[in-house]
Design a protein around this ligand. Structure first.
Ligand code: DHB
Ligand code: FE
Length: 283
């Protein structure tokens, strides 16, 4: 057995926390017709049968799959696994016909209820928070080009070690999370730090699959957003950084060219700054 280091062990807790979060959110039962359930279940099962035939899957491999699926549940890693390997296609289908800014996956680490902040604000952070300072500024508009006064930007990100508050121990509850209300012109100026690339916990069952397959476990550094304005479609998206590690080989396949920022040295000499405008479709 490989030894589990402390940082890997703590990373694994993030899977279980994400499962708890998701279960709290998912109290409502959705009514899906028998016909649709049957169609989707039949096609998923048929796809699995085809793989078994095509690759002559053995009983040993079948039992390994069963054991692995049991372990994903025990580890609480279904949200993490599904958001890394499946959500990007759901997002693509959901947002195919929108005209406004591109969306991207939500991932498992969104927490509603972060501290409310004004249009120019610093995200909650520790004294001397490590990382390059970043000023992220811009405007929220409709597809008609009109500004959206009071648009709300819910922002969350990893710290400069790649950890998310509430999913890793010893981070303040709302570290690098905030809900910013844009001003009368829909503009915002958010002071934060550059996040680090994020590694899928390597000691859990998702990590086991990744290493058994010889894949890497990395997502590029990213900022998460939900952008909302009354009468408009809320965008869930992420922004990445030009030239950043794993921008071209994100394990979650969630990077799009329109979502890559290219920050420049800040005019006040303190770190970097970048401007990005969000465009919302009518609801
Ligand atoms: C996962 C983590 C993220 O930070 C993210 O943005 C998407 C997915 C994950 O571990 O599943
Ligand atoms: Fe993330």
């Amino acid at each position: 057995m490989t030894e589990v280091t402390e940082s890997q062990a703590t990373a694994a807790e993030s899977g279980a926390s994400a499962t708890e979060r998701f279960r709290q959110k998912q109290k409502v039962e959705t009514a899906t017709s028998k016909e649709r359930v049957s169609t989707l279940a039949t096609e998923v099962l048929t796809a699995i049968h085809d793989v078994i035939r095509r690759h002559q899957v053995t009983y040993e491999e079948y039992d390994a799959l069963k054991a692995w699926m049991i372990q994903v549940g025990l580890d609480g890693e279904w949200p993490l696994f599904l958001d890394v390997f499946v959500e990007h296609v759901v997002e693509q289908v959901a947002n195919d016909s929108r005209q406004g800014s591109k969306g991207s996956i939500e991932g498992p680490y969104y927490v509603p209820g972060a501290p409310a902040l004004p249009a120019e604000a610093t995200l909650p952070m520790r004294d001397g928070e490590a990382g390059t300072p970043l000023l992220f500024q811009g405007q929220v508009r409709g597809v008609d080009g009109k500004s959206l006064p009071g648009a709300v930007l819910d922002v969350w990100q990893a710290d400069s070690a790649g950890y998310y508050a509430q999913f890793a121990p010893s981070l303040p509850e709302w570290n690098l999370r905030g809900v910013v209300t844009a001003d009368d012109e829909g503009t915002f100026r958010i002071h934060t730090i550059l996040p680090a690339p994020y590694q899928i916990p390597t000691d859990g069952s998702t990590g086991n699959l990744i290493s058994a397959a010889g894949w890497h476990a990395w997502r590029p550094a990213h900022l998460h957003f939900k952008i909302a304005s009354p009468g408009h479609h809320t965008i869930t998206t992420q922004l990445y950084f030009e030239g950043g590690e794993h921008v071209t080989d994100d394990i979650a396949t969630a990077v799009k060219p329109e979502l890559i920022l290219d920050p420049v040295p800040a005019s006040d000499g303190n770190g970097l700054e970048v401007t990005y405008d969000f465009v919302l479709d009518p609801a």
